[in-house]
Design a protein around this ligand. Structure first.
Ligand SMILES: Cc1cc2nc3c(=O)[nH]c(=O)nc-3n(C[C@H](O)[C@H](O)[C@H](O)COP(=O)(O)OP(=O)(O)OC[C@H]3O[C@@H](n4cnc5c(N)ncnc54)[C@H](O)[C@@H]3O)c2cc1C
Length: 502
C-alpha cells in the first residue's frame, strides 16, 4: 500500500558493478588456523557398531558416506571445514543420552549441530569430532494457547515451528534471515537475537524451560513452562548461549506471543547518519508501542546485496537506509500512526524518500532486501564478520574509521544491522584469508569497542572463530568462573572442543 504520493514505490535498480564472486571451497580449519588436535580417541569400528546398535544400521541415522558428510563438515559461510567421519542423528533424548555417555567414556569429542547457520563456526568440527545432528529431533510436544507457550524438541526448524504456531494465532518471538534452516535448539544455544529483539527481547527472556543432556549422559530436566519461577538458581540460563560446550539441548519450552494481525514495513532513504539517528529517535517517540524492528544499512551494504541476490532498492540510491516495521492488532490505527510518522519525517527533512506497505507479499519483498544480504558471503574469498554492540551514535564512525585505517587492503568494508538494539554487523571482505589483516582488524575494533563498554560479539557467539575473545573481553574473574563451570560440567572436554574456550 502506498500511503503517500511522494513515497513512490518502484524498482529503481542500482548500476551493477561487476561482481567478483566465485565458488568458494574452504581449506581444512586445522590448516588455515594451524591448530593442534586435542588428545581424543580416533573413531574406530567398535564405536561405529555401538552407534549403529542405538540408531540402526540402515545408513540413515549413522552417516559415514563421504559425499554426505561434506555438508555437515563445512559451515554455512564456507569459511571452515572439519574432517568428521560420522554424523549421528538421534530422535529421542534417550538416544542422545546413550551417545554422549558412550563418547564421554571413550573420550570421543562431540560437535552438536543444529541448522549449521551459525556465524562463528561453532557447529562444524575442527578435526574429526563426532557430529551430533539434531535434525530428526523435530517434534512439537505441546502447545498451550491459554498460557501462550510451546514445548518442542530442539531440532525443529524455526520457520516450521512458526508456521504451526500461526495456525493458533501465536508466533515464535524470534525471527532471522536463516529461519528456514536454523533450529530452535541452535537459537537457544547461541542466544540468537535477530530482527525483532527490539520488541520481544532475546532468548533469555523467552525460554521458559530446557531439557539438557550433560556430558556424562545425565538428563537435566529444567523443562518448566511458567514465566515466573524463583525457586532456586536459574540453571537453564547457563545453557542459553553456551554454544554446545556445556550440554546438548534436547527440549525447549518457549513463550509464544500473540501473532500480530497487521504489519507495516517502511523502507526509507536518508542523507547522512545524523538523520538516521534523528529518525530513530522520532520513530521511538511516535511509534513506540507498535515498533517491531528497526534495521539500518549503508549504501555499500545494499550494493553488495544487489550484486549477490538480484534484489534491488525500491527507492533508488541513498547514503543510508532504514527499514522500520510495526506490528499490531488494529490495521487502521497502525496505518494512521505510520503515515503520520512518515509525513512528518518527510516534512521535517529527516528522510529523503521511502516506500511503505502493509500488503504481506510486499512486506516480505522489502524484508528480503535486508534478510538476504549475507547470502553473498558464501561466495567470496574471506569475509570478516564483526558483530558489535555499542552506543548507536558511534555505529558509522567505527565503519568509516576502519575503512580509512584499512585503505586498500580490503575489497569492501560495510555495516548494516539491528539499529534498534544497538547491534552493528561490520564486514571486511578480501579475496583470501590473511591472518595479519584479521589480527589487525580485531585489535582495531577491540581498542574502539571495549572502552565504550560495548560487546565484540552481540548475538553470534564466539564459536571457533572468535574463541580468543573470551579472555580478552571478560574480566579475569568472570573468565575463570566460566572455565570452572566448563570443568564441572564437562571434565573430559568432549563437548564442542576448540570452541568458545580458547
Ligand atoms: C542469513 C543468516 C542470517 C542470520 N541472522 C541472524 C540474526 O539476525 N541474529 C542472530 O542472532 N543470528 C543470525 N544468524 C546466525 C544463526 O542463524 C544463528 O546463530 C542461529 O541461532 C543458529 O542456529 P542453528 O540451528 O543454525 O545452529 P548451528 O549453527 O547449527 O549451531 C550454532 C551453535 O549452537 C550449538 N548447538 C546447536 N544446536 C544445539 C543443541 N541442540 N544443543 C546444544 N548446542 C547446540 C552448536 O554446537 C554451535 O556451537 C544468521 C545466519 C544466517 C545464515
Amino acid at each position: 500500500m502506498l500511503l503517500k504520493q511522494f513515497l513512490r514505490i518502484g524498482l529503481v535498480g542500482f548500476s551493477k558493478k561487476s561482481c567478483r564472486s566465485f565458488t568458494k571451497q574452504p581449506d581444512f580449519t586445522k590448516n588455515t588456523y594451524q591448530i593442534e588436535r586435542g588428545f581424543y580417541n580416533y573413531l574406530q569400528e567398535p564405536h561405529l557398531n555401538y552407534f549403529k546398535k542405538i540408531l540402526g544400521d540402515d545408513g540413515n541415522r549413522v552417516i559415514t558416506d563421504e559425499s554426505l558428510l561434506e555438508h555437515y563438515n563445512i559451515d554455512w559461510f564456507k569459511n571452515v571445514k572439519g574432517s568428521s567421519k560420522v554424523v549421528l542423528k538421534p530422535k529421542t533424548t534417550e538416544e542422545v543420552s546413550k551417545i554422549v555417555s558412550y563418547c564421554n567414556a571413550n573420550k570421543l569429542a562431540v560437535c552438536t549441530q543444529g541448522g549449521n547457520t551459525g556465524y562463528s563456526a561453532g557447529a562444524v568440527p575442527v578435526f574429526d569430532e563426532v557430529i551430533l545432528s539434531m535434525e530428526l529431533m523435530n517434534q512439537i510436544l505441546d502447545i498451550d494457547v491459554n498460557s501462550g507457550n510451546v514445548v518442542c524438541q530442539s531440532g525443529i526448524v524455526l520457520e516450521n515451528l512458526d508456521n504451526i504456531l500461526a495456525e493458533k494465532g501465536m508466533m515464535v518471538p524470534l525471527d532471522l534471515g536463516a529461519k528456514g534452516s536454523c533450529q530452535i535448539g541452535g537459537n537457544v544455544a547461541t542466544n540468537a537475537g535477530g530482527l525483532r529483539l527490539v520488541r520481544y527481547g532475546n532468548m533469555h527472556g523467552n525460554v521458559l524451560g530446557l531439557e539438557v543432556v550433560k556430558a556424562n549422559g545425565e538428563v537435566l530436566d529444567c523443562l518448566k513452562v511458567v514465566r515466573k519461577d524463583n525457586s532456586g538458581l536459574h540453571i537453564k540460563n547457563l545453557f542459553i548461549g553456551s554454544e554446545g560446550t556445556l550440554g546438548i539441548i534436547t527440549k525447549v519450552a518457549l513463550r509464544c506471543p500473540i501473532r500480530p494481525k497487521t504489519q507495516h514495513v517502511a523502507f526509507l532513504g536518508l542523507q547522512n547518519y545524523e538523520k538516521v539517528l534523528k529518525t530513530l529517535r522520532k520513530c521511538r517517540q511516535d511509534l513506540d508501542e507498535i515498533i517491531s524492528a528497526i534495521e539500518v544499512m549503508d549504501s555499500l551494504s545494499l550494493e553488495w546485496g544487489e550484486q549477490h541476490t538480484k534484489l534491488s532498492s525500491p527507492i533508488g540510491r541513498y547514503p543510508y537506509y532504514l527499514l522500520i516495521e510495526t506490528s499490531g492488532s488494529n490495521e487502521q490505527h497502525d496505518e494512521a500512526k505510520i503515515q503520520g510518522f512518515l509525513e512528518s519525517a518527510l516534512n521535517g527533512h529527516y528522510i529523503l524518500n521511502g516506500v511503505v506497505t502493509g500488503e504481506p507479499s510486499k512486506v516480505k519483498s522489502l524484508w528480503a532486501i535486508r534478510e538476504r544480504l549475507p547470502e553473498g558471503f558464501k561466495n567470496h574469498g574471506w569475509v570478516g564478520m564483526y558483530d558489535l554492540s555499542m552506543p548507536t551514535d558511534q555505529f558509522y564512525n567505527v565503519v568509516d574509521e576502519l575503512r580509512t585505517y584499512l585503505k586498500n587492503s580490503a575489497d569492501y568494508v560495510f555495516g548494516f544491522g539491528h539499529l534498534g538494539d544497538g547491534n552493528l554487523h561490520l564486514h571486511v571482505i578480501t579475496k583470501k584469508y590473511d591472518k595479519r589483516l584479521e589480527t589487525d582488524v580485531e585489535k582495531f575494533l577491540m581498542d574502539k569497542i571495549l572502552p565504550m563498554k560495548g560487546s565484540m560479539s552481540s548475538e553470534h557467539g564466539l564459536g571457533f572463530i572468535k574463541r580468543k575473545y573470551l579472555p580478552a573481553v571478560n574480566s579475569s574473574e568472570s573468565y575463570h568462573f566460566m572455565t570452572d563451570l566448563k570443568k564441572l560440567l564437562d571434565p573430559n572436554r568432549i563437548l564442542n572442543p576448540y570452541k568458545v574456550f580458547p
